[in-house]
Design a protein around this ligand. Structure first.
Ligand SMILES: Nc1nc2c(ncn2[C@@H]2O[C@H](COP(=O)(O)OP(=O)(O)O)[C@@H](O)[C@H]2O)c(=O)[nH]1
Ligand SMILES: [Mg+2]
Length: 441
């Protein structure tokens, strides 16, 4: 169980985004909430009822009127007494209302502090708390869906199943530790071995789903590259479904990199259009090409574009990221009737739209997204590392001859897994996770 300091300050923050809106919300959490509610509203609202009330400042002057919602502990987001004040969503009103809460005894909340308290009170585990931020940050429909699934506990449940299997295996092993090696029943040895294999298989399945899901969080960085005039900008416009890049028959039209966030089958993708690579004396164009090189060096996926029936795309002397996948795209097939793309390449026409569906599929596949219809886990880098660490310890366990060492590797594998849901988490880790939240969440 996460432990936390229970005697706490009462925190307050504007929970709605800055700027003007129909409604603005100030949220408070902590032991002094009932006192602060009385100071601002004149009385404590009935629990969980929308109460229409006037909001007063420290001198008793009315600032605004709106809805007050009071959630007594422990049935609240944070597990502490929580008050939400919904006023008119203007920056000055919100500032005055927040000021009144601070004057009445609250202090300003830090980023993510509400969710951090929810975690410390055991309302959410760490993976769920991270999913709160991921849901807010979701860049596509699929990302939002899988963040919501993690928030509801699907990912934690899958990790929980692994942990239970591992704990059973550890119990079996601990019993063996009391016997000298030669007295251990071979049946037990076989059982331990087959259970280890079972845990390894389950872990592998979770890892596969998590790797796929991590694409949803980070997005795919796909870069269009190739000689001038092959139709890179036209392809970007086609894939984006909008005229974003300037297209002209003049080579060297695109001089700077242009990035366009798009969604393919709900997967977020940043498509980057670049200046074409060729020899030039034009200073602006040369700078553009330097940017192209930078973009290519951090691409997950390179779309190497050439003209159908024209020259092979040349990226030979371009520093492409080692891990980057590559798709060769032959554009302008409308001008080359009968052109057949070599295996692995895709023939398209940015003009007529021919082959674009195939290109979209190829992009998703090359990025590692398989539309299996199965739900993936919106994993963070931290989760992937923990799963991989656990896998390494399970593998090491399988190589041990001594029960003591076997048991120790299992313990380490369990610890790595448990760090996902935050059973053993350091303050540093919590700080790193929660300070990236927005204020008021
Ligand atoms: N016929 C035909 N022309 C195209 C196609 N794609 C692009 N173009 C034309 O090729 C020229 C260069 O296109 P652009 O997208 O600016 O190329 P970029 O320099 O690689 O970005 C423009 O005149 C486009 O209209 C295509 O699929 N078919
Ligand atoms: Mg261009």
């Amino acid at each position: 169980m996460p432990s936390g300091d229970v005697a706490r300050d009462t925190i307050a923050a504007v929970a709605t985004p800055p700027g003007k809106g129909g409604i603005g919300v100030v949220r408070l959490s902590g032991p002094r909430v009932p006192d602060i509610a009385r100071a601002i509203l004149g009385s404590l609202p009935a629990p969980r009822h929308a109460t229409f009330a006037s909001f007063h400042d420290a001198r008793g002057e009315r600032i605004d009127q709106g809805i007050a919602l009071y959630f007594p502990a422990p049935n609240s987001y944070t597990g502490e007494p929580v008050l939400e004040l919904q006023g008119h969503g203007g920056p000055v009103v919100m500032h005055l209302l927040l000021r009144a809460c601070l004057d009445a005894g609250a202090r300003l909340a830090e980023p993510g502090e509400f969710t951090r308290r929810a975690f410390l009170q055991g309302k959410l585990d760490l993976a769920q708390a991270e999913a709160v931020a991921d849901l807010i940050d979701a860049a596509s429909r699929e990302a939002a869906r899988s963040a919501f699934r993690s928030l509801s506990g699907d990912f934690s449940a899958a990790v929980g199943v692994l942990l239970r299997e591992l704990i059973e295996l550890r119990a079996l092993t601990e019993a063996m530790l009391d016997f000298p090696e030669e007295e251990v029943d071979p049946l037990h040895r076989d059982e331990a071995a087959s259970r280890l294999t079972a845990v390894q298989d389950s872990l592998e399945a979770v890892l596969v789903k998590s790797r796929q899901g991590s694409l949803l969080r980070a997005g795919i960085h796909a870069v269009l590259a190739g000689a001038p005039n092959v139709g890179k900008s036209s392809l970007l416009n086609r894939l984006a479904g909008e005229e974003r890049a300037i297209v002209t028959p003049v080579p060297g039209t695109t001089r700077d990199s242009l990035r366009e966030p798009i969604e393919l089958e709900g997967v977020p993708l940043v498509l980057v259009d670049t200046a074409g690579m060729h020899a030039t004396s034009d200073e602006v164009e040369r700078r553009g090409m330097e940017r192209t090189q930078l973009e290519l060096a951090r691409a997950d996926l390179v779309l190497a574009v050439a003209e159908a029936g024209g020259l092979e795309p040349t990226l030979a002397d371009v520093p492409v990221a080692a891990a980057a996948a590559r798709i060769v795209v032959y554009n302008k097939v409308d001008l080359a009737p009968g052109f057949a793309a070599p295996p692995g390449a895709v023939a398209v026409s940015a003009k007529t739209g021919e082959g674009l569906d195939r290109l979209r599929k190829a992009i998703l596949e090359a990025a590692g997204w398989s539309a299996s219809g199965e739900s993936v886990f919106l994993a963070r880098e931290r989760h992937l590392r923990a799963l991989e660490r656990s896998r390494a310890h399970l593998q090491a366990a399988g190589e041990q001859r001594e029960w003591e060492f076997f048991a120790e590797e299992l313990r380490l594998a369990q610890e790595a897994l448990a760090s996902i849901t935050g059973e053993f988490s350091s303050d540093d880790l919590l700080g790193e996770i929660f300070t990236r939240f927005c204020i008021g969440k």
